[in-house]
Design a protein around this ligand. Structure first.
Ligand SMILES: Nc1ncnc2c1ncn2[C@@H]1O[C@H](COP(=O)(O)OP(=O)(O)OP(=O)(O)O)[C@@H](O)[C@H]1O
Length: 311
């Protein structure tokens, strides 16, 4: 469904995406990456809004650059907010459906169906300026699905949504994928995507670092060097065990000897062994945390791994 071959997009001297080669079959995929990693650039290349500086982009087997007929098969929900506060959701969605080449009555019918699907029937005659953020997000989704695309691309659809809005968005996306339709869903929060699909694409610095299911990616992460902190009164007592392990790179005692920083070559071995040691030796350990547990840091260590900076 999506193919990129050595695709690079430069904005002057800034790299948007960097030598991406990728083939995604039909299905639902999460596009995860921290801010500035290239998600929006990739999306804009796929919908033909941007042209690659180098390499090729194919969607449904064709080059999307300025191909209106091809883009009609795609629905896009951008990250940006709706800019028309004085029109109703029905007027706005209907107008955009009409741009896809549908007649006036057909556009109205399709807009009504889409707004109904996202739970906006009751409010669709009110002006957009009176909506909550969640209602505006749902209206954007209606606009993206109204012309019955085969493939839906969403850029940060959860932005600014409260818990109820998030739940509703998840249900909507689950229904969409359950109908067997294609989805590419960009977010910088892994858990948001996980609720909808188990297939991921990890992007960082304009490069795809890993693709696969959550399990595949977990196992990649398990083999990616990581820093872990063991916190508790008896943390120093783990030193003699850990010091003998070939997968431990360094050990450092911190804050009054109750916190042990462990740099691990292959974290998976640590997780396999540490619980056994703690119970055998009867140690008082309060917490084990990953010092670099946030997504940006995990990406950064994956990137170093990718570049061969870490073995
Ligand atoms: N129009 C532009 N002009 C110059 N640089 C740009 C432009 N658009 C994006 N970039 C740069 O390209 C890189 C990738 O940006 P992009 O917006 O694709 O990332 P993103 O993953 O979507 O980020 P975010 O989550 O913040 O939206 C960043 O370094 C960004 O600053």
């Amino acid at each position: 469904m999506i193919e990129l071959q050595n695709t690079t997009k430069l904005y002057g001297r800034v790299i948007g995406v960097n030598d991406l080669t990728l083939a995604l079959p039909a299905g639902a995929f999460g596009l995860v990456g921290p801010n500035g990693s290239g998600k929006t650039t990739l999306i804009n290349l796929l919908i033909g809004q941007l042209r690659p500086t180098l390499g090729t982009v194919r969607i449904f087997g064709e080059d999307p650059w300025r191909q209106r007929d091809l883009i009609r098969r795609v629905g896009l929900c951008p990250a940006t907010d709706i800019l028309y506060p004085n029109v109703s959701a029905l007027e706005w969605v209907q107008y955009l459906v009409r741009l896809h080449g549908f007649s006036l009555p057909e556009s109205k019918r399709l807009a009504e169906i889409a707004l109904h699907r996202v739970g906006m029937t009751a409010a669709m005659h009110r002006v957009i300026g009176s909506y909550s953020l969640g209602m505006r997000q749902r209206t954007k989704i209606a606009q993206a699905i109204a012309h019955e695309p085969e493939f839906l691309i969403l850029d940060e659809p959860y932005n600014g949504l409260d818990p109820v809005g998030r739940y509703e968005m998840t249900e909507l996306l689950k229904t969409w994928t359950a109908e067997g339709r294609g989805l590419l869903f960009a977010s910088h929060v892994l858990q948001e995507i996980e609720a909808v699909t188990s297939s991921f694409l990890l992007i960082y610095g304009g490069r795809v670092l890993a693709t696969g299911t959550a399990k595949d990616i977990e196992s990649i992460l398990a083999e990616t060097p990581q820093e872990i902190r063991v916190i508790g009164r008896d943390a120093p007592q783990l030193i003699h065990r850990l010091a003998e392990m070939p997968w431990v790179d360094s050990l450092q005692l911190l804050s009054e000897r109750t916190e042990l920083k462990v740099a691990l070559r292959e974290p998976v071995h640590f997780y396999e062994q540490v619980a056994g040691w703690i119970s055998e030796d009867g140690l008082r350990i309060d917490r084990i945390t990953t010092a670099d547990g946030n997504l940006a840091a995990i990406f950064s260590s994956l990137l170093k791994h990718h570049r061969g900076e870490l073995s």
